[in-house]
Design a protein around this ligand. Structure first.
Ligand code: MN
Length: 492
């Protein structure tokens, strides 16, 4: 038999091309009010109930920039190590669409909030730095709804004027998996910073991807296809996979790739053409005369820098260097800021880092998952949780008793002392060696044939003896001690 054939023909073809992906991600910032007026930012409200005269773009109204929007944008830009533009303005991007009542969108075309910088993306158990082109601020448009009525489309302006942060990567990502990881990292980062809920399903985080291919070694970029409105990392991956295959198919057939905008149908997993980009759209950008120039002072920047939390990349390195976790554990434990801080508190209370990580990734995660809770909703203080872990580490209570019986009680009464709960539930393991000795001797007397079998080499039988001992002590025998004592007596 020969070994596996390492490559299929498809692999060979695929490997002779290089894929280049760039991302444009829009994040809705979670400020209390909109970017240019005091209308509230909220989701799931009755259509057109969060709209004042500015959101509706009525003639004669004037925009006023919300300082908090810039502040949150700057947090993200600093977290991505960008160069901050110290003088900024907003441009009018002119186009007609029913959900855009002013006839233009206010956006930062010529002076983006920040340029350069990078995203630190965990892939293949290390950190990949994906360079950014720019980050800019703009306003969201209203929402057109084309379903529900055959003859009419309807518009909800609640979304009009919600602040958006647009993050544009350089076209430097080489696989759909890395692109998905980059989007996940943006979501993680905005949650770490608390500037957005990053919820893709509800549209607080929306993603467009452009993708082109070229022959390996070529320095000329292929024609770019832009895939719009990918509302999950799964759809992003599938859309890119599909379109890369499609573009390679065209290239192999000697046909050109059309530079166009495509949509993605999640049901059949295919991208489809929406409009051809024959020329660059002419949006007639010009600086909005109603808004003054925005100056970012040193003091403001320093104030923001001082409030930044420890960022995911730093946590990842700290988990590995200071706590000796594996890269995988390091990532899971620092998934959210709340988890990372909780982990660190446990360690500060003397819990072994590896044990702390295991408890957080195992019992704690499943308790949260069962209840659909985020870590921030976990009511048990690190000190209490550390005491519960201590009961297991000191062999007073078994792991499964703490995980399955004690922790659920602490969830509903987080102020209680774990050792007391354990006592009340009868979870404390027997410390009475003499009693345990008696039980074990009894068991061995009762099964002389099995004892003989053990002594003749059937060592597996010890499990059956353990079962008997645990049954007779109602599960309260310390398993490690029982096992030791059993093995000792059996070899006498
Ligand atoms: Mn945009």
């Amino acid at each position: 038999m020969s070994g596996n054939i390492p490559f299929t023909m498809e692999d060979v073809i695929r490997n002779s091309y290089e894929v280049i992906i760039g991302l444009e991600v829009h994040v809705q910032l979670n400020t209390q009010s909109k970017i240019f007026c005091a209308d509230p930012v909220a989701f799931g409200k009755e259509p057109n109930t969060l709209v004042g005269i500015v959101s509706l773009g009525l003639p004669g109204t004037l925009p006023r920039l919300n300082r908090e929007v810039v502040s949150k944008g700057l947090q993200m830009a600093l977290a991505c190590h960008c160069d901050i533009s110290r003088t900024q303005h907003f441009d009018r991007k002119n186009y007609f669409y029913p959900d855009l009542p002013k006839g233009y969108q206010l956006t930062q075309d010529r002076s983006p909030l920040a340029r350069g910088g990078y995203l630190a993306v965990p892939v293949r158990e290390s950190i990949l730095r994906i360079p950014l082109q720019k980050i800019h601020l703009e306003e969201d448009a209203g929402k057109s709804m084309h379903d529900g009525d055959e003859k009419h489309s309807r518009v909800d302006f609640n979304r009009a004027g919600i602040p958006l942060l647009e993050i544009v990567t350089k076209p430097s990502i080489n696989t759909p998996a890395d692109a998905a990881a980059a989007v996940s990292e943006i979501r993680r980062l905005v949650r770490f910073l608390g500037v957005s809920d990053g919820n893709m399903e509800q549209g607080s985080l929306r993603c467009d991807a452009n993708v082109s291919i070229r022959s390996k070694g070529s320095s000329v970029l292929g024609r770019k296809v832009e895939i719009k409105n990918l509302n999950s990392t799964r759809n992003l991956t599938h859309a890119l996979d599909y379109d890369i295959e499609r573009q390679i198919g065209l290239a192999e057939a000697g046909l050109p790739v059309t530079s166009e905008t495509r949509g993605f149908d999640a049901v059949d997993g295919k991208t489809f053409p929406q409009r051809v980009k024959e020329a660059l759209n002419d949006y007639r950008y010009f600086p909005d005369p109603d808004l003054p120039q925005l100056e970012v002072s040193d003091a403001w920047l320093e104030e923001i820098r001082a409030t930044l939390p420890v960022l995911p990349e730093e946590w990842f390195n700290r988990m590995i260097d200071r706590y000796q976790l594996s890269p995988y554990d390091a990532l899971v434990v620092s998934e959210t800021l709340q988890e990372a801080e909780y982990f660190e508190s446990l360690c500060a209370l003397g819990v072994r880092p590896k044990a702390a990580a295991n408890w957080m990734m195992g019992p704690l995660k499943s308790l949260l998952n069962d209840r659909g809770w985020e870590m921030s909703a976990f009511p048990v203080a690190p000190g209490t949780f550390a005491s519960a872990i201590g009961l297991v580490e000191s062999n007073q209570v078994s792991f499964s008793a703490v995980a399955q019986k004690l922790l659920p009680v602490l969830l509903s009464s987080p102020g209680r002392e774990p050792v007391e709960v354990a006592r009340e539930l009868g979870l404390i393991l027997e410390e009475d060696d003499a009693a345990l000795d008696k039980v074990i001797s009894g068991v061995l007397r009762e099964f002389p044939l099995k004892v003989e079998a053990y002594r003749e080499g059937k060592k597996g039988i010890v499990a059956m003896f353990m079962g008997e001992v645990m049954k007779r002590t109602a599960g309260k025998a310390n398993p490690r001690k029982a096992n030791e004592l059993l093995t000792k007596k059996l070899s006498e």
